[in-house]
Design a protein around this ligand. Structure first.
Ligand SMILES: Cc1ncc(COP(=O)(O)O)c(C=O)c1O
Length: 372
């Protein structure tokens, strides 16, 4: 049996043609293709403004810089990728860890309530594996002047109560190589605030004020003004051309992910294995199915991962909670995360896989449990 990877980018000749077209055009840097991608991303998600950037990580930083989040406390889930937690540190904020909801593995708003203090400036919610956070429960914090930010790195094609995630709060999406829109690297910031969108567009390119430049109709491209400390966070037309093709086929590839996830569910239910799956029962929710996570008894977790590797099946853990890393200077009270992460295994899920691949993974897991 061939090796089954945890993630793999999906591409066709259309991706090759798109990249080749940009290379041949001679305009590789941020330009018309990035602009088209931003328009198409707005149209797909029904958000007002989209700002392309070279990663979701810098996109999050851009939100902090534009909205002035610094020198305060930022609440975020312990179960996330380290990028979510690093951005508050870049901005001299203290990270306060919130626990997760056991059923959905997303940040638990009830625990967030307990962690709010007078110093709380922002809450970052993360749509873990593409399962949308219960965004309605976070509206209460906005009334207190706290900024809610969505880390929608996993959320391309995730809908909550009929709206695409990343449309009601400043948000970031990731286009890195393992994501549902895989453009090698890249990301998109979304916001419904025109001033913030323009500020982020200025900040992402050294603070060069292109808006003033357009308004003043200056003759020379070199004659720009800089009034903010900016960054080199802008995107490029080569990667954007990939992102455009991948966005165009997102519904198709996400449909395939959904079918594969359903095949996993059917296998686990039919085989009655000691595996907990995350069921999506609510009509309010469409998951991008970025990842497929199962939970097993923690005594089996690492040996099951090794067993799968021995059978050429690559699995993972998303995530080792980031409050275990000393840089954050404190673990906080996150009992559900502490208990659940040791049970979690991420199984291969990507649109190139077949139902036979899924059946094979489940068969290998069944054999593991027969022997152990
Ligand atoms: C939850 C989460 N947030 C943020 C990021 C950062 O994304 P990027 O690699 O585009 O910077 C990732 C990347 O894997 C992620 O999984």
């Amino acid at each position: 049996m061939k090796k089954i990877n945890l993630f793999e980018p999906y591409w066709t000749n259309e991706d090759l043609d798109a990249v080749t077209g940009v290379i041949k055009s001679g305009w590789w840097k941020e330009g018309p293709i990035c602009e088209k991608l931003e328009e198409e991303f707005c149209a797909y998600t029904k958000t007002k403004y989209a700002v392309s950037v070279n990663s979701a990580t810098v996109g999050l930083d851009l939100i902090f810089k534009a909205y002035g989040i610094k020198n305060g406390e930022v609440i975020l889930p312990a179960l996330t990728f380290v990028a979510t937690g690093l951005i508050p540190l870049y901005n001299d904020c203290k990270v306060i860890f919130a626990d997760i909801d056991e059923a959905t593995l997303t940040i638990d708003p009830k625990d967030v309530v307990k962690k709010i203090t007078s110093k709380t400036k922002a809450i970052i919610v993360q749509h873990q594996s593409g399962y949308p956070v219960d965004l309605d429960s976070f509206e209460q914090f906005k009334k207190k002047g706290i900024l809610v930010i969505e880390d929608a790195a996993h959320g391309a094609g995730t809908f909550y109560k009929g709206e695409h995630v990343g449309t009601r709060n400043p948000s970031v999406f990731s286009f890195n190589v393992v994501k549902n829109i895989a453009a090698c690297e890249g990301g998109m910031v979304t916001t419904d605030n025109k001033d913030m969108a323009e500020k982020m567009m200025t900040l992402r390119w050294f603070g060069i004020d292109q808006f003033a430049w357009k308004k003043e109709k200056k003759k020379h491209l070199w004659d720009y003004s800089i009034s903010m400390v900016g960054y080199k966070y802008h995107f490029n037309d080569i990667f954007a051309s990939l992102a455009r093709v991948q966005l165009k086929r997102l519904n198709k590839t996400n449909k395939k992910r959904k079918e594969l996830a359903q095949r996993y569910n059917d296998n686990f239910l039919n085989r009655s294995l000691p595996v907990r799956i995350l069921l999506i029962n609510s009509p309010d929710i469409i998951s991008s199915r970025h990842q497929y996570i199962i939970r097993v008894d923690e005594k089996h977790r690492d040996s099951l991962i090794n067993w799968l590797t021995d059978h050429k099946i690559i699995s993972g853990v998303h995530y080792k909670p980031i409050n275990l890393y000393p840089i954050f200077g404190g673990h906080g009270h996150t009992p559900v995360t502490d208990r659940e992460w040791g049970k979690m295994v991420t199984l291969p899920l990507h649109p190139k896989m077949t139902f036979e691949d899924v059946d094979h993974v489940c068969e290998v897991i069944a054999r593991y449990f027969k022997q152990n």
